[in-house]
Design a protein around this ligand. Sequence first.
Ligand SMILES: O=C(O)CCC(=O)C(=O)O
Ligand SMILES: NCCCC(=O)O
Length: 471
Amino acid sequence: MSYTEQHFPQEPTGPKVVTDSIPGPKGKKGIQSLGEVFDARCVYFLADYQKSYGNYIVDADGNTLLDCYAQIASIPLGYNNPELIKVAKSDEMVSAIVNRAALGNFTGVEYEKVQRSLLKYAPKGQKYVWNGLSGADANELAFKAVFFNYQSKKRGFDKQFSSEEEASCMENQAPGNPELAVLSFARAFHGRLFASGSVTRSKPIHKMDMPSFKWPKAEFPSYKYPEVDNKEYNAKEDERCLAIVENYFKTWHCPIACVIVEPIQSEGGDNHASATFFQGLRDITLKYGAKLIIDEVQTGCGGTGIMWEHERYNITPPPDLVTFSKKMQSAGYFFHDKELIPNQPYRQFNTWCGDEKLIMLAAAICKEIQEKDLLTSISKTGEFLFGKLEELQKEYPVYLQNLRGKGKACFVAFDMPSPEKRTEFLNKMRISGINIGACAEVGVRLRPTLVFEKKHAQIFIDVLSKVLATL
Ligand SMILES: O=C(O)CCC(=O)C(=O)O
Ligand SMILES: NCCCC(=O)O
């Protein structure tokens, strides 16, 4: 029996659309009234989460859509997963919810066990975790850890701050607030807060009008597909982009304390890079005494068929920090060098220091993935899906351009010929019962749950081929 047969015995056998448009009349009315209390302009449709089940999301009008986007890559094990519901109803979870601890100061007796249960699933080579609240928060916390470490090393790890440093930081001035930079890449997405917004480079809408850190932007490889026919070109792309990174280290007006990079740039267009590129980044950061942060917010927790996508590249030594959120539900960063724990308490601190209920959920999700071998099954689904997409691509080369993500489970994307065609495509897919995502200007991305099986992939392909025939 497959995972969904076992855990979602009532899962629909296919999508069912009962209104002429999505949202239908109830959804439209609901969104309009919601707009009085919430900025509802980005709402695609109103979902009914109590009725959503497994791989299917149900909307307010009773439309049942096969969900290939899963809350922007964030539902790991299907809607209303019974194993997670058990965890949610446990006495420990109830206590964590109604007695939310300020974890740094008033840690509960059970917390060590919770933290250890999460650490079991840390990426290879990582030993510690610091918890945050969202992907953007995780990245900003990681930057802080890096900056503290950078300055502590310079000052001497055990040395106290000087009075000049203390006075100047109260004026937002050096030396207490030094000029240090984070290098990121064109088309990167790392969040929308201030430091995370400064390293985000995918769309102006994410950062317009915000004061920003003036940090260097390198180029991320732009590969040609299929990869087998473009090996030489793609290898040159790696070299070109690595040379740009190194040049920034040589010429930037202040020290670059770290590089942040996604293993696959997701929001920015599902842009992949090779093991050579990532090892090159590792080598450059080591050469210049900088840290390497891998942002696994979207790629982590199994979406690419392995738990942490960067492990595929065997980066040696492992990255210094790995940030996570989305499918993990909890957020934060893993690391291995104890000196990334600040030299004094209360530097990396806030009221919550994470969220115990979500850390419990994260550990339960990882355990379920491991115990039910969901990485093997999602990889098999991905292989089947990609094969079918390659066949369709022969028939519709204009609409399935740059098909990418082969061998990376269902973390798959392709490009449409124009933004207008993409909008038409996404709308037609939705009204035909498939919820699917966009990325960059013309990209279409699949981000299903880890319990997306061959039968679901087949439904997707059937609808896709019908829709492609109408474009
Ligand atoms: O738009 C956002 O803030 C979420 C972005 C994201 O992670 C994505 O679209 O992949
Ligand atoms: N960054 C994704 C926001 C949601 C969307 O455009 O579909």
